[in-house]
Design a protein around this ligand. Sequence first.
Ligand code: ADP
Length: 364
Amino acid sequence: MKNSLKEKAHKTKSRIHSFRSLRTVYTLLVLLILVSAGFITASVYIILYTLDFIPSAALTPLILPVIMLFSCMIIGTILALFVGKLFIDPLRQLIAANEEIRHGNFKVRMSEHTIIGELNNLMNSFNSMADELEATELFRNDFINSFSHEFKTPIVSIRGFARQLQKDNDLHLLSDEQRKEYTDIIAYESDRLARLSSNILMLTKFENQQIVTDKTEFYLDEQIRRIVLLLEKQWTAAEVEIELDLDEIKYSFNEEMLSQMWLNLIGNAIKFSGKGGKVTVSCKKKKDFIYVEIGDNGEGISKESLHKIFEKFYQCDTSHKSNGNGLGLAIVKRIAELANAEITVKSEAGAGTTFYVNLPTIET
Ligand code: ADP
């Protein structure tokens, strides 16, 4: 990398030929200063000599100043060339590295260091900038890959089963059960697509939002009860027992946004507690905080997955067979950020999971 940067720095040198290079300007400047210094010395010498202030001048009076002038020029120019190399070479490499970044190569780094502090700082900040850009690029690619994968899978499935049904219109090979199964799959996958699009839209909206609008005052306990009722179909189908311990607490925030947080957390607790499981939801107010806990006695989350669950599209089960798209907790995290709330999770594989949300009651 170091050598290739050097080569590119060399190319940069030839590309900027239409301008004076820094090294040339610097050398010419030093040369000019030295020539001026030489001329001034020589002039002073001649004036002093003419005014007889230097009585014992040599036989050929101009030889000394001329020698001085030329030695100044030669020594000064050589020194300028060497000293200039110290800071001009790194600058050239930096220009070449910037060009690489401009062309999308975020892996480029400055490896050379100089004895000049400011240049070292410049190189270090270039490397930090390249680190950030590389991380953003990785994140973007990752997001696009996951997004395309999540979108493509249901579309492929819908297309496949729709074609089978189309063919059957002419050939009548499918049984009634098969036809019902195929239409069920098409309906299920379309729902999944619709959920995915609305979750993406919601997350993008919350991510672009810096302040919370439409704040109203409402009872938090009532809001949670409403969400539990909304999810009744899910918990009765899974025979999940719900236990509520909710204090009467007034809270001021965007009601719809906060509802979404409870919907995702309680929905997950029901989904992952499994058949015959138990979900507990409590909310208590102490001093300046409201403490909400949502727990289940389900499958739990492994240690390795625990720090990744808030990432977009992350699902612990890589087969993605659960009814979800890995965006629910990313939305929860963003809502918590907007509410200045702290969200933590404790989980043990096989024993269950609890999410803790600490909502501040004093607005900051
Ligand atoms: P999903 O749509 O898959 O539920 P989420 O972003 O809501 O996406 O959750 C990400 C992943 O975190 C889930 O796929 C699941 O593996 C894990 N997870 C979330 N909540 C729980 C929970 N209560 N119990 C076990 N695993 C959970």
